[in-house]
Ligand binder design. Sequence first.
Ligand SMILES: Nc1ncnc2c1ncn2[C@@H]1O[C@H](COP(=O)(O)OP(=O)(O)OP(=O)(O)O)[C@@H](O)[C@H]1O
Ligand SMILES: [Mg+2]
Length: 617
Amino acid sequence: MSDNKDNKSKTPPPAGGSGGVVTGKALDWKLLRRVMRYVKPYNVTFIISAFLTVFLAASALVQPILMQKTLDNYILKDDYNGLVFIVELMVGMLIIQTIAQYYQTYLTNSLGQSVIRDLRIDIFNHITSLRLKYFDRTPIGILITRTVSDLETIADIFSEGLISIMGDMLLLIAVISYMLFRDWRLALITLIPMPFLFLSTYVFKEAIKSAFQEVRTQVAQLNTFLAEHISGISIIQVFAREHQEMRKFKVVNEKYRDANIRSNWYYSIFFPVVEILFACCMALLVWYGCKRILSDQQMKAISPTPDPISPGDILGFILCLNILFRPIRQLADKFNTLQMGMVGADRIFKVLDTDEVAVNAGKLKPTDLQGEIEFKNVWFAYNDENWVLKDINFHVKPGKTLALVGATGAGKSSTINILNRFYEIAKGSVLIDGRDIREYDVNYLRARIATVIQDVFLFTDTIANNISLNNQGITREQVIAAAKDVGAHEFIERLPGGYDYNVMERGATLSAGQAQLISFIRALVYNPTILVLDEATSSVDTETELLIQNAISKLMQGRTAIVIAHRLSTIQNADKIIVLDHGEIKETGTHQQLLRIENGYYRKLYDLQFNSAGISR
Ligand SMILES: Nc1ncnc2c1ncn2[C@@H]1O[C@H](COP(=O)(O)OP(=O)(O)OP(=O)(O)O)[C@@H](O)[C@H]1O
Ligand SMILES: [Mg+2]
């Protein structure tokens, strides 16, 4: 059971974290333009899809026209040859349409997927460059939701949103124009219910928008809950919290379900309304159309109407109505898909715009770094002015070892977190070889400072890759040499597969001591100038303890080292010891010097940790 203190003070997620409010505007053009920038590399695909969409919209109109002609010119006039010809024409049209539809679907989907692949790369790249501070405030589940499901909604902008809305609009205009052109009076009467349709579509669209947003928010919550609880499964099981956590999960799960039900509820209202309006249009068409045909026939004897309605027109109009209503039913949906895509894009760009990246303005990359470290009046806080380090001053000569000791929460880990610029200090300066660390190139600096952190983190990969971190510049020989140096070669060789042994997620298949040894090799193989070691407190068996002690002294050889020491052996061997308490330096000196201070912090710490427990190491 490991309790990670470094993560305990969590502030609520940042604005735009789980929620994210859509702008009231129908469509945020600026946002859309930004999305479209990702389309640039696929411009050809985009243009072809757009062209196919226009073509499909136009060709949909062919069906009612042909049907009208078939009925009026061939069927009613018993023209068999003409009928055969027109049927052939229809079959030909159908084949062309099918092929066009295939390519349109395929291309728009591949366009969407390509765009989100590129975006995903950008976002992952960006996330890895963010300051640790950002992660202190942002639950992992939220970031996973951003990179997976929110991105998915952007793909839909292309496959179901933008291009298809464009096609539907064109189709609407084309069909209505055709109807008006064919017989404007019949068209106007048939389309009387249209304004109601547009109105209800608009109301529906607005209602479903907020429902969808709620769904997205709940997905993020669900992901956050799952990510956290699966990572912390051992804590849940150790403390038998399954039931309590289950209850919490049920609440999150319930909310997700409710959000989905609410959005579906709007559909169940909207679709019947559309059906009713469709029926109204149809009724008007049949009533007025037939009335006109009849009166035209009666008038024929007296004075023929210049523009009579034929049965073919009625059939054509029926088909037109079908074509008209099909996209309208989906239009609200597609607008929402587009809008959801925009919400997704907005959220993703928010992550991309997070400027909490480590500033890398420094240029210095000296080839002969000595490793002299100096802290001058350093003040540091994670949040505002909750000082975690207060006016810290110390100096470590190249090749020497400084040990930091102090109670838990004293600020030891924080001291080293600012050395490699995981966090920026508020006041004072940190110098390496007499130059401010901000003058150095961050990547250079981090490559020269090997940091072995308190909690070892291992990736799902082989031992060898966990050591080299897939750095191509590090050969297998170097890995093995470092492992031998640290004294871990034998234990690695004993693992099935040796260096190719697959470490499961977070090192689950290794013991704590073994994982620590791996992290030591990881530090050594980079041959750093400065070693920063946050000694793990977890106890290991005597054999591994010896291995670790040897490994640590090996690691420190010839390097400047700052060690957060819990082991007496490490503390005793240090050239200088600093006792931290509540972010302040209380005592400085060597082991012997500090022990001599009666009632001193170090003395008390020493007695508590090593003497009274009767441990003599
Ligand atoms: N990421 C963080 N965000 C906010 N506060 C933090 C963060 N990490 C640590 N703190 C706070 O800073 C203080 C110093 O923590 P730090 O991790 O430096 O202690 P430590 O001396 O390393 O303790 P330990 O021996 O338990 O590892 C603590 O009060 C802690 O709550
Ligand atoms: Mg610590």
